[in-house]
Design a protein around this ligand. Sequence first.
Ligand code: GAR
Length: 197
Amino acid sequence: MLKEKANIAVMVSGGGTNLQALIDAQNSGILHSGQIVLVVASNPNAYALTRAADNGIESVVMEDEASLIPILQERDIDLIVLAGFLKILSPDFIRQYPDRIINIHPALIPSFCGKGCYGLHVHEKALDYGVKVTGATVHYVNEIPDGGRIISQKAVEVQEGDTPEILQRRVMEQAEWILLPRATEDISAEIVKGTKA
Ligand code: GAR
């Protein structure tokens, strides 16, 4: 039986601006083939939890992967979106959701990615290296950190005088908050049509 909408779980660790972009996309209709039914936070202080509560979305704080699996199964989750989720998921967990977990990374993979390269560090590294263009990537999650198939990418210019914080904000505004809702809609649409591999 095909569903009307894919059930989406969004996993977060911090401020949750990418979660907000997904909620806004849902409210504006950009995201219409899927609905966010659950927010999973890796820590209880994540501001993303407040965003979930403000929007009437159920949330849980993750204790460990083993206890998360039945929570996802009970809610019949079709797609997991890592939106600033800064823990690495185990191969065992990932195998339960093949091609059903996507992640946003704030650089043009394969640059500035992999273990230990997350959040503001990514932009510090890009500035230290002196690249003139950076960006964001949405990709499937496999057992290699930031190593899964690329879904979409968008380039963003580095400007004279950028600090990691300024660059981070530009990459979010010009790339992340656009790419992640679009990819989430596209994959949700395939899931509800029954055409997703
Ligand atoms: C975002 O820039 C996201 O791309 C990054 O963490 C930030 C979370 O911000 N993710 C990674 O670095 C994953 N490797 P947010 O909580 O405001 O969405």
